[in-house]
Design a protein around this ligand. Structure first.
Ligand code: ASP
Length: 356
């Protein structure tokens, strides 16, 4: 695990209000235009700081960890989630909160993964990024970064206001495992259709307290850093072909599939499809059913086209996002080997990623 550490605001005139550890992983926020190759590439964090001189005026202590391999988040890997988990665990007692600077493309996956991996989290972990690099005049990076820091540092009676993994973007604070990237051009890159926002930043930052995980004074952080990579997402579409589905279901190494079904969790009722699923489930394959719709939920058994899935032993993902479903599957499969236990754990909420 290799990274550099930079301390900002080390000597403040007054006692710092809070201490925040920033982890910089890459993403558009810190990219520059490489003229020679006509593309955006990650650049040095010291240059990022030059573009946000305001952060030197914040009244809390700030330390920045810069990962050695800055990435476009399309290159995100479970190994990096594990690295982020280790950094947070190893620095947990020393800092009040954590801000992760991350590309937007897979931010919702990382936020979901961390929410499962950091069991007993009692401090804010806020992910943010930007649609435009920080060096560009109209960038959204400055506001996203500074407000994410403010939210991370926010406390009441010495307790953090948002002790969970979140995404802050374009004035909205969302629960990390409920968020989804919905927009690649406009600034409102994320939404959370099935769970209310946790805060909205205007002139004041207004917290939606009833929906925020309450602070629990006595819980201890446990890092679960392993994730099972032998999983996949299978989106259904009209005309999906038997040989392709069969080849996937019979892959000997595959342990689990997130089935992206239609509407309220519906799937074709062709015998070849249902028999294939049944054979796979009987062999121990875990199939987790989430909807292709961003809003609403899977209700297995509501239509005839989902009743069979229920009978076969497909697990309902209720109102989970695909991002939360696939990372939950990776997480639970890495922890458990007994199929019944895996199914039971998938069907129950772990950290606010689904409502039953
Ligand atoms: N491709 C970039 C990334 O995810 C996009 C972004 O940061 O907005 O790293």
């Amino acid at each position: 695990m290799s990274y550099r550490t930079v301390h900002i605001n080390p000597v403040l005139p007054n006692t710092p209000r809070s201490s925040v550890l920033v982890i910089y992983t890459g993403g558009t926020l810190g990219m520059v235009y490489d003229r020679n190759n006509d593309q955006l590439v990650p650049f040095n964090f010291e240059q990022v700081l030059d573009h946000v001189p305001e952060i030197r005026r914040l009244d809390f202590e700030l330390t920045v960890i810069i990962l050695d391999h800055l990435i476009d988040s399309s290159n995100m890997q479970p190994a990096v989630w594990s690295q982020l988990g280790h950094i947070i665990r190893d620095n947990y007692d020393e800092y009040d909160s954590f801000v992760i600077l991350h590309g937007t493309d897979t931010m919702a996956y990382t936020a979901s993964a961390l929410s499962f991996m950091l069991e007993g989290l009692n401090k804010p972990v806020i992910l943010t990024g930007a649609q435009l690099p920080i060096g560009v005049a109209r960038t959204d990076a400055r506001e996203n970064f500074i407000t994410a820091l403010e939210i991370a540092a926010a406390q009441e009676n010495g307790q953090p206001l948002v002790p969970e993994v979140c995404i802050y973007f374009n004035s909205m604070l969302l629960r990390g495992n409920r968020a989804k990237k919905k927009e690649s051009v406009h600034f409102n890159a994320f939404h959370s259709e099935n769970y209310p926002h946790l805060a909205m930043a205007g002139v004041r930052i207004e917290y939606n307290t009833p929906f925020i995980t309450p602070y629990q004074p006595d819980v201890k952080l446990t890092l679960h850093h392993r994730m099972e990579a032998r999983v996949m997402v299978l989106p259904l579409f009209p005309g999906i072909s038997q040989p392709v589905v069969q080849a996937i279901l019979e892959l000997p190494t595959l342990r689990g599939i997130v089935l992206e079904s239609f509407g309220a969790g519906n799937a074709p009722t062709d015998a070849w499809f249902l028999d294939g699923l049944k054979r796979a489930v009987d062999r121990g394959m875990i199939i987790f059913n989430v909807s292709q719709c961003d809003g609403g939920r899977v209700t297995q058994g509501r239509y005839q086209t989902s009743k069979h899935l229920d009978q076969i032993g497909v697990v309902s993902g209720a109102d989970c996002t695909v991002e939360a479903a696939i990372t939950k599957l990776m997480f639970v499969l890495a922890q458990e080997s007994d199929s019944a236990t895996i199914r039971k754990r998938l069907a129950e909420p772990i950290c606010g990623e689904m409502s039953l």
